[in-house]
Write a protein that binds this ligand. Structure first.
Ligand code: ZN
Length: 134
C-alpha cells in the first residue's frame, strides 16, 4: 500500500471516530520507534484543513480548485484556491499560507514519526517559487 493511500485510509478512519480518543492505532514503525498513534493525533491530522483552501476554508472540488504552485519539475502544492490566490495579489501576502502548509506537514511527520525535515527541505524551493509569482 502506498503511503498516501495509507494516509487517506487512516484519515477516513479518524474522521469516523469521535470517541475513544485515547485508543491507539498501530502504524508502521516510525524512525524513532513509534508504533502507534492515538485517535486524538489522527483527529488532529484530519482537522488540519489540507482538504480545503487555507484562507477561505472551502473544500476542494465542486468548482473550487487549488492554485497549483510547482516548486520544481515534479513537485507542487496548493494551499490556496484560485480565487484567494488572485485576491491576495502579491507574493508577500500569499507566502504565510504556504508556510502554514509546511508547518502542518512538519506536524504530520512528528505524529506519524516519519523522517523529519522533509517538509522543511522543500521550503527553500517553495518560498522562491511563491516569491517569483508562481
Ligand atoms: Zn480560498
Amino acid at each position: 500500500m502506498k503511503p498516501l493511500t495509507l494516509l487517506c485510509a487512516v484519515l477516513l478512519f479518524a474522521v469516523g471516530c469521535t470517541q475513544h480518543q485515547e485508543e491507539r492505532i498501530p502504524i508502521m514503525e516510525g524512525v524513532s520507534g513509534k508504533k502507534s498513534v492515538s485517535i486524538a493525533e489522527l483527529q488532529e491530522v484530519a482537522s488540519m484543513g489540507l482538504g480545503a483552501c487555507g484562507r477561505c476554508q472551502r473544500k476542494w472540488g465542486e468548482g473550487n480548485y487549488g492554485h497549483s504552485t510547482m516548486y520544481d519539475e515534479h513537485r507542487g502544492c496548493f494551499p490556496l484556491c484560485e480565487n484567494c490566490w488572485r485576491e491576495l495579489a502579491t507574493p508577500d501576502a500569499r507566502l504565510p499560507y504556504y508556510r502554514q502548509l509546511i508547518d502542518l506537514q512538519a506536524r504530520q511527520e512528528e505524529i506519524f514519526d516519519t523522517e523529519r525535515g522533509e517538509a522543511e527541505r522543500h521550503w527553500t524551493l517553495l518560498e522562491r517559487a511563491v516569491m517569483e509569482g508562481k
